[in-house]
Design a protein around this ligand. Structure first.
Ligand code: ATP
Length: 527
C-alpha cells in the first residue's frame, strides 16, 4: 500500500471572491473545460467553446435536468424543436417589438453599458454598504451581536436603506414606463461613473433589440428575414397541440426542451455568465386557468430542491421575487446562486398566463384550444415556465466546487469538489509503474468498467502528480494497480475529497463506484 501522505490541514477560504472567480476562469481553460471561441483568432466576444472535460460536465448537468423532468414525471415529455422558426412567431411573442435592452455609452471610454445594469449595480452598492456596517459592528460586539436588530435601528444602515429604497422605486417606475430619459437622469443623479474612464460623460439611452437575424433563401427571390431564437420556449408553445394530441396528454402536463438560444447582449462580461450563444433548459407546464398560482408555488419549490440536491449548501441559494412583472406574467421569481460576484440569477420561474398561446392563436389564425374531458370545456391553457441556463448552471457548479487546500506535507492542492454524478471522469486507472505487466492489468480493469462509467487511463509521471491532475478535474475515484495486484487481485482505491486510500478487490469496484456516481443517486434525493 502507498504512503498516505495526503492529509488536508486547511481549506483555503480566505481568498478574495474576485480571485476565486479569476482562478475558476483560468482553471476552466487550463484543464479543458471552457475555451474562448475561435481562440487562435483571439476569440469572439462572449462566445465560448466547451473542451473535453467541459462537454462531459455540461452533458451531465443536462442529463440531471432532463431526467428530473422527463423520467420523474409521467406527465412531462421532451421535444427538440428547430432554431429557425417562422418569423411571425417572434412578432406574436412580442420579441420583435419589445425584446430590448436600454443601452448607454460613455463618450470618453467609448464603452457601452446596459443602463438598467448600471442602476442595479448602484442599488447593490447601497446594500454592500449596509452589510459592511453590519460586519464592522459584528466584530465589535462579538457573540452578543443581533444583526436583525442592528439592521433595523442603526442610523447609518437606515440612511443607506432609505437611499436604496428610493432608488429602487424610481428605477422600477422608469423601467415599467420604459422612460429612457428618466433612466439616464437616474444615472446622472446617482453620479454613476464609467468604471473605465471614471467620467460621467454619458450619451442618451437608446433601445437595442437583442435578436440576431439572418436571411433564408436566395436574395434574388426576396429572401425572408429569420431570427436565431432568443429563447427555446416558443418552440414548445407552437408545438404544444401537436404534442398534446399525438401524446394524448391531459392537462396538467409539461413539455421540456434543451437547446441553444442567441442574444446579442450589449455588455458581455463575467465569462460564461452572459453569452451571446448559450443553452437553455426550459419546461412549459400547461394547466387549467385559475390553478396557475398553485402550480407556480409547486414548481418554485421543486426547482429549488433540484439545485439543493447538489449539496453546495442551502445558504448558496435564494429566491428573488419580481416586483416588476412582464405585462403577461402574474407571478415570477428567480433562483439566485451565490457566485463569487454576488447572488445572481441562474433560473427563472414564471407564471406566463395564457399570453403566448393566445398570441399564437391570434397570429396563426388556428384554433389551439384544449378540450378538457373532465370539465367538458375548451380553453387556452395557462402556463408555468421553468427556465434555466445550462452555462450559468455550469459556472455556478465550477465556482462552488473549486477549492484550494494545504496538505500536511506543506504541499497544496486544487480540487474540484464536483458532485460525483456531475464529474466528467468518474474513475482514473493508474498503473504504479509503466512495466512488469501493470499497464496491461490496468487496461484490463478499465475495459471491464468503461461500459458503466467514464474511465480515464494514465501512466505518465509519479502517482502523486497523477492524483493531483485527477483532483483538478474533479475525478471522484482513482485506482492504483501495483505489483501486489497481480498476485491478490486487489487495488488501492483513493477517494478525491478525503484522499483516503484502501485496498479493495477488483471485482468490487463496479458496485462501490457506480452507486455514488450515477445521476440516479441525485434523482433519488428528489422523490
Ligand atoms: P438576465 O436578466 O441575466 O439578462 P433574463 O432574465 O433575461 O436574464 P431569461 O430570459 O429569464 O433571462 O432566461 C432564462 C435563463 O437563461 C436565465 O436564468 C439564465 O440562466 C439564462 N440566460 C439568459 N440570458 C443568458 C445569457 N446571455 N448567457 C447565458 N445564460 C443566459
Amino acid at each position: 500500500m502507498h504512503k498516505i501522505y495526503d492529509f488536508i490541514i486547511e481549506t483555503v477560504t480566505t481568498m478574495a471572491q474576485e480571485d476565486v472567480f479569476k482562478k475558476v476562469v483560468a482553471h476552466c481553460k487550463e484543464y479543458g473545460f471552457v475555451f474562448p471561441s475561435s481562440d487562435i483568432y483571439d476569440g469572439l466576444g462572449a462566445v465560448y467553446d466547451y473542451g473535453q472535460m467541459g462537454v462531459e460536465l455540461k452533458n451531465n448537468i443536462k442529463n440531471y435536468w432532463w431526467q428530473s423532468m422527463v423520467l420523474l414525471n409521467d406527465n412531462i415529455v421532451g421535444i427538440d424543436s428547430a432554431i429557425f422558426m417562422h418569423p411571425t412567431i417572434w412578432k406574436a411573442s412580442g420579441h420583435v417589438d419589445a425584446f430590448n435592452d436600454p443601452l448607454i455609452d460613455n463618450r470618453d471610454s467609448k464603452k457601452r453599458y446596459r443602463a438598467d445594469v448600471l442602476i442595479e449595480e448602484q442599488i447593490a452598492k447601497y446594500e454592500e454598504k449596509m452589510e459592511k456596517e453590519a460586519a464592522k459592528a459584528a466584530k465589535r460586539f462579538g457573540d452578543s451581536f443581533n444583526k436583525e436588530l442592528f439592521m433595523e435601528t442603526n442610523p447609518k444602515v437606515l440612511a443607506e436603506k432609505a437611499k436604496r429604497d428610493a432608488l429602487q422605486e424610481r428605477f422600477a417606475k422608469a423601467l415599467n414606463a420604459m422612460d429612457l430619459e428618466e433612466l439616464r437622469q437616474i444615472i446622472i443623479d446617482e453620479e454613476i461613473v464609467c468604471p473605465i474612464s471614471g467620467t460621467r460623460n454619458w450619451t442618451e439611452v437608446r433601445q437595442f433589440n437583442l435578436m440576431f437575424s439572418t436571411e433564408m433563401g436566395s436574395t434574388a427571390d426576396g429572401a425572408m428575414k429569420v431570427y436565431l431564437r432568443p429563447e427555446t420556449a416558443q418552440g414548445i408553445f407552437v408545438n404544444y397541440l401537436n404534442v398534446q394530441k399525438t401524446g394524448r396528454m391531459r392537462i396538467p402536463f409539461g413539455i421540456a426542451q434543451i437547446g441553444k438560444a442567441f442574444r446579442n447582449e450589449i455588455v458581455a462580461r463575467q465569462f460564461i455568465f452572459r453569452m451571446r450563444e448559450f443553452e437553455q433548459m426550459e419546461m412549459q407546464f400547461f394547466v387549467r386557468p385559475g390553478s396557475e398560482l398553485e402550480w407556480f408555488g409547486k414548481w418554485k419549490e421543486t426547482r429549488l430542491a433540484w439545485h439543493k440536491a447538489l449539496g453546495f449548501g442551502d445558504e448558496s441559494y435564494r429566491y428573488h421575487d419580481h416586483e416588476k412583472l412582464a405585462h403577461y406574467a402574474n407571478a415570477a421569481t428567480d433562483i439566485e446562486f451565490k457566485m463569487p460576484f454576488g447572488f445572481k440569477e441562474v433560473e427563472g420561474i414564471h407564471s406566463r398566463t395564457n399570453f403566448d398561446l393566445s398570441q399564437h392563436e391570434k397570429y396563426s389564425g388556428k384554433n389551439i384550444k384544449y378540450f378538457d374531458p373532465e370539465t367538458n370545456e375548451s380553453y387556452t391553457p395557462y402556463v408555468i415556465e421553468t427556465s434555466i441556463g445550462v452555462d450559468r448552471m455550469f459556472l455556478s457548479v465550477m465556482c462552488a466546487s473549486y477549492c484550494e487546500e494545504t496538505l500536511e506535507n506543506g504541499e497544496s492542492r486544487v480540487v474540484l469538489r464536483l458532485p460525483s454524478a456531475l464529474a466528467p471522469v468518474k474513475l482514473a486507472v493508474l498503473p504504479l509503474v509503466k512495466k512488469d505487466g501493470l499497464p496491461e492489468k490496468a487496461r484490463e480493469i478499465m475495459n471491464s468498467l468503461k461500459f458503466n462509467f467514464n474511465c480515464y487511463y494514465e501512466e505518465k509521471d509519479s502517482i502523486g502528480k497523477r492524483y493531483r491532475r485527477m483532483d483538478a478535474i474533479g475525478t471522484p475515484y482513482c485506482v492504483t494497480v501495483d505489483h501486489q495486484t497481480l498476485e491478490d487481485g486487489m487495488v488501492t482505491l483513493r477517494e478525491r475529497d478525503t484522499m483516503e486510500q484502501r485496498r479493495v478487490p477488483i471485482a468490487d469496484l463496479r458496485s462501490i463506484i457506480q452507486d455514488n456516481v450515477s445521476i440516479t443517486s441525485l434523482l433519488q434525493k428528489l422523490v
